[in-house]
Design a protein. Sequence first.
Length: 158
Amino acid sequence: MRILFQPAEENFGGAKTLIRAGALEEVSAIFGMHNEPGLPVGEFATRGGAFYANVDRFVFKVTGKGAHAARPHEGRDAILLASQLVTVLQSVASREVNTLDSVVLSVTRIQGGNTWNVLPESVELEGRCAPTAVKCSSGQGPGQRDCRRFRQRLWRAD
């Protein structure tokens, strides 16, 4: 029995580090766990199926045309467009996933501009999309076509 603590599990690099280090050599089965701060110390929980989600990190750069805040008609408001994009992302996630599955899409950072009286030329949005369906998280199985279609519609990419 080996107990492994995966480093960098939130930024996609920890598993590769463990594999390269040989931690999985001669291992025939794995039982994965994630910490759960809501459980009492010394306890763990499990269930069949997906427990936590796969994670797709996204960064969007919305480009408009900067303008003085008193003359917004002379620009293209990247902040307004970025705020609409947040709503669109939520509606795509709620309409493109089978209602028996789930996805958590969170915009966690919106950044643009550096002063109070100028509409910025660009705004960045960053966040994560986490499908919890086994068919999306595992990367295999008959549901992969649906998962790929969802990601293509959401990200407009393969």
